[in-house]
Design a protein around this ligand. Sequence first.
Ligand code: ATP
Length: 268
Amino acid sequence: MNGETLHVEKVEVVYKRVITAVQGVTLSVAPRQIVAILGNNGAGKTTMLRAISGFLGLDDARVTEGSISFAGARIENRAPYQIAAHGVVLVPEREKVFPNLTVSENLAVPVSRRGGSTERTLSRGDHVYELFPRLAELRQRVAGLLSGGERQMLAIAAALMCQPRLLLVDELSLGLAPVIVRDLMRRLLAIRDELGIAILLVEQSAPIALAIADYAYVMENGRIVLDGDRDRLKSHRDVQEFYLGQASGERRSYRLVKQYRRSRRWYG
Ligand code: ATP
C-alpha cells in the first residue's frame, strides 16, 4: 500500500530566480490519508501545492532543491498534465470553473482533454453526481450562476473526473459560510472513505482542517515549524493559542501572532 505515497523531500522553491518562498520542506501523504498544511498568509502553503501539482511555471517559479515523488515517480518541475497523469490532481480555485459552460459541460472538459470516451465520461459523471446530488439538480445551469459553495463543489467534481489518486485542495473554506464549509468537509471525507483517494489540503483555518485531517504540518515563513497527528496538534500549546484561538476563548488576530513571532525572534 506504500506504493501511492507522496514524498516531498527537502524542497526549496524560488520565484523569479530571487524570491525563496519555501525552504527545506519535507512531508508525506500516505494512501487514503487526509493531510493538512496550516499557516497564515504568506507562509508558503499555496506555493507547496503549486510545486506538487506543477503549476509553479505560470508564476516563473521552480523547485530548485529537493525532490517530489508520487507512487515512485519523480514529479518535481513537470507540467500539470504530466503530474495529473500520475494521479495527482489540483482542485482549482472555485473561480476557475468555466462560467459560460453548464455544470455538465464543465465536468466533461477534463475528460475530453485527456481523450476519454463519451460513455466513460457519462459513467464517471454519474458517480460524481452521486457524491454531489446538488450538482445533478443543477447540471444544465451555467456555472457563472452558481453560488460560491456550488462552484466549489463543481471544482472538486471536475477534479474527480480526472480519476485522481491524490487530490490537492487549496483553501476550500475561503469566503464561504461555516455551514457550507462543514458540508464540503463531509464530502471530502466521503471522497476518501468511498473512493479511497488521499487528500492534501491547505487551510488558514486550523479548526476546519483539523476536523478532518489525520495529520497536519504547520508552515511559517516557508518552513515547516510543527507537525503531528490531529490529536497532538489539537493539544499543542502554540496551535491552541495561535491557530485554534482557545487560550483567550476566541481566535487571536494575525497581528498578535506576528508580535508573538517577533518576541520569539528577539528574546527566544
Ligand atoms: P496565502 O494563505 O495568503 O495564500 P500562502 O501560505 O499560501 O499564503 P504563498 O502564496 O505560497 O503563501 O506565498 C509564499 C511566499 O511566496 C510569500 O512571501 C509570497 O510573497 C511569495 N510569492 C507567492 N507568489 C509569488 C509570485 N507569483 N511571485 C513572487 N513571489 C510570490
